[in-house]
Design a protein around this ligand. Structure first.
Ligand code: ME8
Length: 532
């Protein structure tokens, strides 16, 4: 049997407005993990896309004076363009309005109904349109939010009363199963804080049912329920199913077996409830065994300075304004942005976004440390070695070279350990430690002094060869997060091999005498006027 493909997903973002930094965060994280596994020689499938139905989108289309389909057709292109700018290497991009998804959702609904998994009833409760989420009075009361004008426990915005006839999925009847499943699967949701949050949610009884249809009298922009002419599918039920419709749940069992279950559903903490309560219950009701339940990573929330990012505060940050504006003039602006997002905060925690914080990372980590290492190494090879990779002394590494060599060849293990826990900042910090070590090594070995003493020629060559080898391994390790920077370093060095995880990367791995590029332009021009 072929090895299972690593299946990574992002949320399907709502196309009611343009993408912002929050969306790009999840996307860059998922892409970095996908690139890492591909680099390590594994089969990967990265799925992303857009969530195009529901009341919120219908409202945004009406506000724009456009029919919903024309509206979403326009907005989706902004997401696709941004992913291109940010070098997102998805294997598929699904739009929930596509026939392949619509047909599969309808078949799944019919299957659930035929298997008597759905109940027809009337719902009475509250609805959050921005989150497209139902709340029962019992849930609001438990959250202390059931006043004269109840607000949403997730986003605190006002709720609308909802009283709807429709079709329902049983939640409470599945609660014992879900509790038992979660208790025996501590890595179902990461990080641990979110897992604990989920356990706390499950200490309360779940609502009896989840309404999975909406009357057309209220919302008509949705997938037609095949057995209820006056109803469309509830947008969350439709959207979550993408994770199985695309891998072929209804029409390609061989492909489904290869891809499913998802190795990581990347989501923000705001949609934990939908992914960690509703989604496993949907899969369980479809008859999927426990071993086919997916894994979830719910990351934290970016604030703008100390504020929540929101339309009403007018502080939504457009990634284009960062990559094409703030970082204008950076040859690898998208990679600088990717690096900032993943290095700045431990994945899973909240963080504060500011332009100054990006420019500090640019100056300190990238210009002073990484860019400087690459530039010094290549300039000195140009100057002292006629632009060719010098030979390592035949005895191998001297005592003073050994700590740096050892740290560099350990990098794949550092990455493997950090990324097994989806800890991008730890992985990048590990790479940057090697960069700092290499810069200290250059200071201590002072190749410019060695170059003045003809009898030290073999030592000069060894030192520069050690630096070149370290630059090679650093570039390989940076490939998942900074693909174009890594490629540029590779090109300047005259070629890169693949990152091997086991055994450790070859040392040395460059060809003695290989010409380096004649030009090695600065990778990260410094931003001026930023305190260190
Ligand atoms: O919830 N910080 O779509 P959405 C970090 N369509 N991440 C953020 C963020 C912030 N300030 N704001 C948004 C939906 N995100 C549904 C999903 S999935 C089947 C359906 C990211 O457009 C984060 O990943 O509201 C969050 O979960 C997602 O955008 C919500 O995107």
């Amino acid at each position: 049997m072929p090895a299972k493909t690593i299946f990574l997903t992002t949320p399907l973002y709502y196309v009611n407005a343009s993408p912002h930094i929050g969306h790009s965060y999840t996307e860059v994280a998922a892409d970095t993990l996908a690139r890492y596994h591909r680099l390590a020689g594994r089969e990967v499938f990265l799925l992303t896309g857009t969530d195009e139905h529901g009341q919120k989108i219908a409202q945004a289309a009406a506000d724009a004076g456009k029919p919903p389909q024309a509206f979403v057709d326009e907005v989706v292109t902004r997401f696709q363009a941004l992913w291109k700018t940010l070098h997102i290497s998805h294997d598929d991009f699904v739009r929930t309005t596509e026939p392949r998804h619509v047909r599969a959702v309808q078949q799944i609904l019919v299957r659930l109904k035929d298997d008597r998994k759905l109940v027809e009833a009337e719902y009475q409760g509250w609805y959050c349109t921005p989150d497209e989420t139902f709340w029962t009075e019992a849930e609001l009361s438990a959250a202390g939010l059931l006043g004269a004008a109840p607000s949403c426990p997730t986003c605190q915005r006002p709720l609308e009363p909802a009283r709807e006839e429709g079709w329902y999925l049983r939640l409470r009847a599945n609660q014992d199963w879900l509790n038992a499943f979660i208790a025996k699967t501590p890595d179902f949701v990461r990080p641990e804080t979110r897992y604990n949050e989920l356990r706390r949610l499950l200490e309360q009884p779940l609502p009896e049912y989840l309404c999975i249809t909406r009357p057309k009298s209220r919302v008509s922009w949705g997938i037609q329920v095949p057995f209820a002419p006056d109803h469309v599918v509830y947008v969350w039920f439709d959207a979550l199913l993408n994770y199985i419709t695309v891998p072929g749940y209804v029409d390609d069992s061989a492909r489904f077996a290869r891809l499913w279950p998802a190795d990581v559903h990347f989501i923000g903490k705001d949609i934990l409830r939908h992914h960690a309560l509703y989604w496993p219950i949907m899969l369980h009701e479809l008859g999927l065994p426990d071993r086919d339940m997916p894994k979830i990573f719910a990351h934290g929330w970016w604030r703008i300075g100390e504020q929540k990012m929101s339309k009403s505060l007018g502080n939504i940050v457009d990634p284009h304004a960062i990559v094409g504006g703030l970082l204008n003039g950076q040859p690898y602006a998208a990679d600088v942005y990717r690096y900032f997002l993943l290095r700045e905060i431990p994945f899973g925690q909240d963080g504060s976004f500011s332009e100054e914080a990006i420019l500090k990372r640019l100056n300190n980590d990238l210009a002073n440390d990484l860019g400087n290492l690459v530039n010094r190494t290549l300039s000195m090879i140009g100057r002292y070695c006629a632009g060719r990779i010098p030979a390592m002394a035949p005895v191998g590494c001297a005592v003073e070279d050994e700590p740096l060599r050892a740290a560099a060849v350990r990098l794949p293990d550092t990455l493997a350990a950090a990324l097994a826990d989806v800890q991008f900042s730890a992985a990048l910090a590990g790479i940057m430690e090697v960069v700092s070590l290499a810069n200290q090594y250059i200071e201590a070995q002072a190749p410019w002094q060695l170059a003045k003493q003809p009898e030290m020629r073999p030592r000069l060559e060894t030192v520069l060869r050690v630096c070149a080898e370290v630059v090679r391994i650093v570039a390989l390790a940076l490939t998942p997060c900074m693909p174009t920077v890594a490629a540029a370093i590779g090109q300047q060095l005259g070629g890169l091999d693949r990152l091997t995880l086991t055994p450790a990367p070859s040392w040395p791995g460059l060809e003695t005498g290989q010409p380096i590029a004649t030009e090695h332009p600065v990778l990260f021009p410094r931003a001026e006027g930023i305190p260190a």
